[in-house]
Design a protein around this ligand. Structure first.
Ligand code: N01
Length: 542
């Protein structure tokens, strides 16, 4: 045990662990953060709520769960050995494989010895006298640290609508992001799915053939695009392994950290025939090509957006046999890309099955959950299983659910009452030495998360080299950053859906705010690098 890990007894109860750094969460960002800080020679403890590593890929085990990024761009880029020894089986890898990958990383780099599982952080209180954070777990266990890094994920605080009677239901119910490890047997059962976001879109076609009857409660239809997943051919695998540096270089250069890049032409300046041929070409390709390699102005120009949106609507209409059901599945109240585009496999065909019913809850809202099932304003439906695919209190929820108190005892919940306040998305004024390792960019998760983890690591290295005790952003710089982010987002289609998790509008009562960094990934990284290169300009260092 190093001196910084020593434990001190507390009133005869459990000893308090002392660390240089505590990382909350052992998902994609947390594992890498732990690895990097340990490399710096710090004593680090990672607390993880689950009983295994993986974060998103640990909790979301629902049938059909998989990447919407290309597998070869989702794996960590920082270990050549890891890149060479890992074979991705599918182009859009599924949850079991993704969890296996992150377990492989944890084992390979011997990360488990510094992770405490089943350890949910209840509170984090900053002590201004010692400049240290005191952490308390739900179990009552306590620890102290100089640096606190929240790698808690942007989509991890699950959201279940507060329907009356939820507890009264006598059948089984599941939230997709807390799916059991054991296989759920749906054979012959009457199953309800509430929600039609990316999660439900992956789940529905997987379970539809297995259930007795499936009823889908939809509030907002989405523009779902074919995933076109397939197995990775050995030759492709070899090619990836030979070209990883180029693949990662490309990801670092593009707007969203994937291999896709927007087309610089303006949609409506391209002659109609050529434009439609381009749309068809994009549509035939896998993944987000049809969104992120599309004309760039579909994300800023309403007319350009509508042109493509109508193309997608017609694709949906062509796949659903019953025209009334098809029209219900066609999104009309928000632009394409103002909600994240779900990637699907046989989603629309599920509605052609005799055992699948679509209920539009805008026509007949859910009134309550009953002991037997779900009651809408029109009728009561009886179920054996209710699945809540109702999403997340995104970005801020996983932090505001921790009792976090910074200088003067201010809670993060109060500070963020009108939306998140931060500088570069990484630190928030009044909470010294607290870092947010959440990739809140609209990007490939890993590529962007790596750069944030590296920025935090460099910052901590700098502080130790200079003998500095604490760092926090200047409030004025934070205000300017938030104003700037809002201004950038203003011109984007991204802000225009009635309900979208990245604007907080999916949660009743949550303030509408730009939760995702709308800057192109390279521009965002440049801002972070510039602040660091100028001696952490915009921050107060002591
Ligand atoms: O959550 P969502 P998600 N009554 O918020 C509905 C990522 N992800 O878990 O749209 C009735 O998108 C709600 O309706 P509405 C991805 O980034 C990635 O599906 O708000 N319905 C919506 O239909 C994604 O964007 C992958 O009107 C209610 C649904 O519940 C993000 O996670 C796979 C309701 C929630 O959809 C979140 O996706 C899956 C109510 N009271 C997810 N309240 C990959 O492929 C909510 N809804 C990697």
């Amino acid at each position: 045990m190093t001196s910084s890990q020593q434990s001190t007894p507390t009133n005869g109860t459990e000893p308090v662990g002392h660390y240089d750094a505590i990382v909350i969460g052992a998902g994609v960002s947390g594992l890498y953060q732990l690895y990097r800080l340990r490399e710096l020679g710090l004593s680090v403890r990672c607390y993880e709520d689950g009983d295994g590593v993986g974060g998103t890929w640990y909790w979301n085990r629902y049938p059909g769960c998989r990447f919407d990024s290309e597998s070869e761009t989702y794996g960590y880029s920082w270990s050549e050995e890891l890149l060479q020894e890992w074979d991705w089986k599918e182009h859009y890898s599924g949850q079991p494989e993704n969890e296996k990958y992150l377990n492989h990383v944890a084992d390979k780099f011997d990360l488990r010895k510094d992770i405490q599982f089943n350890a949910r952080v209840e509170s984090a209180i900053y002590d201004e006298k010692t400049n240290r954070w005191e952490i308390k777990l739900e179990s009552g266990q306590r620890a102290q640290t100089q640096f606190l890094i929240a790698a808690v994920g942007l989509l991890s605080a699950r959201y279940t609508p507060p329907f009356e009677g939820v507890e009264s239901f006598t059948g089984e119910s599941f939230h997709t992001s807390r799916w059991p490890k054991e296989k759920v047997d749906f054979t012959g059962k009457r199953v309800a799915v509430i929600g039609t976001g990316a999660t439900a879109v992956q789940l529905i076609p997987e379970i539809a053939p297995e259930v007795g009857h499936l009823t889908v409660f939809q509030r907002t239809p989405n523009y779902c695009a074919p995933c076109r997943n397939s197995e990775v051919a050995p030759e492709t695998q070899r090619q990836w392994k030979a070209t990883y540096p180029e693949i990662h270089k490309r990801c670092r250069e593009t707007t969203v950290g994937m291999r896709h890049e927007f087309d610089r032409r303006k949609a409506l300046e391209v002659p109609e025939e050529e434009r439609l041929a381009f749309y068809e070409e994009l549509w035939a390709k896998p993944g987000f090509t049809k969104w992120l390699s599309n004309f760039h102005d579909i994300m800023t120009n309403a007319k350009a957006n509508e042109d493509f949106a109508e193309f997608v609507r017609n694709k949906i209409r062509a796949r659903v046999k019953d025209p009334i059901v098809a029209e219900k599945l066609v999104p009309k109240d928000h632009p394409f890309g103002s909600k994240r585009i779900p990637l699907e496999t046989h989603y629309y065909e599920a509605y052609n099955r005799d055992n699948v019913l679509l209920v539009d809850v805008r026509e007949a809202p859910i009134e309550r959950i009953t002991p037997k099932g779900i009651k809408t304003t029109e009728r009561e439906y009886a179920f054996d299983v209710i699945i809540y695919a109702t999403g997340f209190d995104a970005v801020t929820g996983s932090l505001t659910r921790i009792d976090m108190r910074g200088e003067g005892g201010q809670t993060i919940k109060d500070k963020w009452a009108n939306g998140p306040r931060n500088y570069l998305g990484i630190q928030t004024a009044g909470f010294p030495n607290f870092f947010i390792a959440i990739n809140s960019a609209f990007c490939n998760y890993t590529v962007c998360a790596e750069s944030i983890v590296e920025w935090i690591t460099d910052c901590i290295r700098y502080m130790r080299e200079k003998g500095l005790r604490c760092i926090a952003p200047k409030p004025q710089v934070e205000d300017e950053w938030i104003a700037y982010i809002n201004k950038v987002a203003e011109g984007s289609i991204m802000t225009q859906a009635r309900s979208a998790w990245f604007m907080g509008t999916n949660i009743p009562g949550k303030p509408r705010a730009v939760l995702l960094n709308p800057l192109p990934a390279p521009a965002y990284r440049a801002k972070c690098a510039e602040a660091a290169a100028n001696g952490y300009e915009g921050f107060v260092l002591q």
